[in-house]
Design a protein around this ligand. Structure first.
Ligand code: FEO
Length: 166
């Protein structure tokens, strides 16, 4: 279980890295709102990673950090980015489900209760990425629609307050 939880710490930090790469893509095409959404998502993933990190320590385990894989850095459109984010969250859900299955198999009740938070969180994670996919599909090829979606995504609050640029 400890080894599997360590792998998930890596997966959460990889997610943070992937969303940061998506933020960089949006910065490069001047969609500041989409970039802001991705910065907030990056922070959330770091919080997820740290939650598992803390739990391993709390249970008397040993956190072992591994190399984080390089993420994809280019996409063909804003829609392609959010479709990737949505499919990535579906993948993370399957990782959480595998962890839960292992905790059940090992009759590790404390880890099962701990993982319940992640099971619930994944429902929200999938829904919020898919919501943006649907919005971008509605906006279609119109630059006005994209502008409105970008403005809306820029309203997302940062989970961890950061100093404002200028
Ligand atoms: Fe850590 Fe986006 O799930």
């Amino acid at each position: 279980m400890e080894e599997a939880l360590n792998k998930q710490v890596n997966a959460e930090f990889y997610s943070a890295y992937l969303y940061l790469a998506m933020a960089a893509y949006f910065e490069s095409i001047d969609l500041a709102g989409c970039a802001k959404w991705m910065y907030a998502q990056t922070q959330e993933e770091m919080v997820h990673g740290m939650k598992i990190y803390d739990f391993i320590n709390e249970r008397g385990g040993r956190v072992k950090l591994e190399a984080i894989e390089a993420p994809q850095v280019e996409w063909e459109s804003p829609l392609a980015v959010f479709e990737h984010a949505y499919s990535h969250e579906q993948h993370v859900t399957s990782l959480i489900n595998d962890l839960m299955n292992l905790a059940i198999e090992e009759k590790d009740h404390a880890t099962q209760i701990f993982l319940q938070w992640f099971v619930t969180e994944q429902v929200e994670e999938e829904a919020s990425a898919n919501e943006v996919v649907q919005k971008l599909k509605l906006a279609g090829a119109s630059s006005g629609g994209l502008f409105m979606v970008d403005r809306e995504l820029g309203q997302r609050q940062m989970p961890i307050p950061v100093p404002q640029k200028d």
